[in-house]
Design a protein around this ligand. Structure first.
Ligand code: ADP
Length: 358
């Protein structure tokens, strides 16, 4: 069944803020949906309307089939009545409360009979048990965001709204938090709306994306279609696209991702440990024949699923066990005659892989 058949959010709304006007509609499924677009496009404003924190001038918002805002029906339900949780870019933790107190605050907001997520188990899952007695200003950016996520999830929300939750983090921590977000979704099944201006994060997390530009919906569809759009325009952000995988360190010091082993520099990570491995789309090469003499330690067989060629970039999606997104030039696409169902070798160096915990 198409994810979009069962909308968690169904909205059609308009709001004017000074010179800025937002006019957006969409139907979001119970998966992870991204709201993507450049700075100033109206992403945060849309999220605030969906959260019930800002009242649109006109239109409606339905949450799980229930009207929470309607200008014609004169409905305006308070945000706490439909149990959504928000996570912001800077975490917004209470500075005078410890990590434990921040998370307990979230937990206690929820009536006892609706508390389905155990905070102790959640803290173990997000690997923050060691931080419980610390104050937010002693935490690293990545730890703060994990705690902010825990505080939101501890409320057992029916929907998690995330407003650029990794934007202020460096690339390693960003990947770590994105990976935790994905795992939280898989484990607890909470639908998420993920606001971002980073294609990399959107590709790692979401299956559907709504693209906003200057207050208008430019497109809404599968994330893979978004790549084609980005390849052909500079207006929406094309940052470094990362492939992100959760794996386990093997006895021989490789990383097992699904059925394949990837050679990487695992450093102090121990066999059996869960890690996130990331590799930039531009650090991967494709070849039609298996190369004999090459320094790259990783040579995987794969099949091209899809190729998107634009004026500014080209991307190939290759199934090699996990799926890899590979950035290449349009010349390379032509020279190799890359298209769907072509068998290729996926090549990358062990040093191109960045490993983080979790
Ligand atoms: P994004 O999240 O995509 O960066 P925002 O939703 O934060 O975009 O902002 C969209 C536009 O609305 C911006 O031009 C911003 O300056 C404007 N804006 C946001 N809030 C207000 C407000 N309360 N009053 C006037 N303008 C606002």
């Amino acid at each position: 069944m198409d994810e979009r058949d069962t909308p968690v959010l169904d909205f059609d709304l308009r709001i004017r803020l000074g010179d800025f006007a937002l006019d957006a509609s969409g139907k979001f499924s119970n998966g992870i949906t991204a709201v993507f677009g450049p700075s100033g496009a109206g992403k945060s404003t849309l999220l605030a309307c969906l959260a019930g924190m800002v009242t649109p001038d006109d239109g409606y918002v339905r949450f799980d089939g229930e009207t929470i805002f309607s200008s014609t029906g004169r409905v305006r339900r308070p945000p706490q009545s439909f149990r959504t949780a928000m996570v912001f870019q800077d975490g917004m933790l209470f500075p005078h409360k410890t990590v434990r107190q921040n998370i307990e605050y979230g937990y206690r907001l929820t009536p006892p009979d609706l508390r389905v997520i155990d905070p102790d188990e959640l803290c173990r899952f997000l690997q923050i048990q060691g931080l419980l007695n610390r104050f937010p200003d002693t935490l690293s950016g990545g730890e703060r965001q994990r705690v902010a996520l825990a505080r939101g999830v501890a409320t057992s929300p029916r929907l998690l709204l995330l407003d650029e939750p990794v934007a202020s983090l460096d690339i390693r921590l960003r990947n770590e938090v994105v990976s935790y977000l994905k795992q939280v979704h898989e484990r607890y099944g909470i639908p998420m709306v993920y606001v971002s201006h980073s294609l990399s994060d959107v590709m790692a997390l979401a299956r559907f994306a709504l693209v906003l530009d200057q207050g208008r919906v430019k497109s809404f569809g599968p994330v893979v279609d978004l790549v084609a759009e980005v390849a052909s325009t500079t207006r929406i952000g094309r940052d470094d696209i990362d492939n992100l995988y959760v794996g386990t360190v093997t006895e021989s010091g490789a990383i097992r991702i699904g059925d394949i082993d990837v050679v990487a520099h695992v450093g102090d990570y121990q066999p059996g440990q869960r890690v996130t491995a990331s590799i930039s789309a531009s650090d991967i090469m494709l070849a039609l024949q298996r190369p004999d003499a090459i320094s790259a330690r990783n040579i995987l067989r794969g099949t091209v699923q899809r190729v998107e060629t634009g004026e500014y970039a080209a991307f190939a999606f290759v199934d090699a066990g996990p799926e890899f997104v590979v950035e290449l030039t349009s010349d390379a696409v032509e020279t190799l005659n890359l298209k769907k169902d072509v068998d290729v070798y996926v090549l990358f160096k062990s040093s191109s892989i960045t490993i983080t915990a979790g």
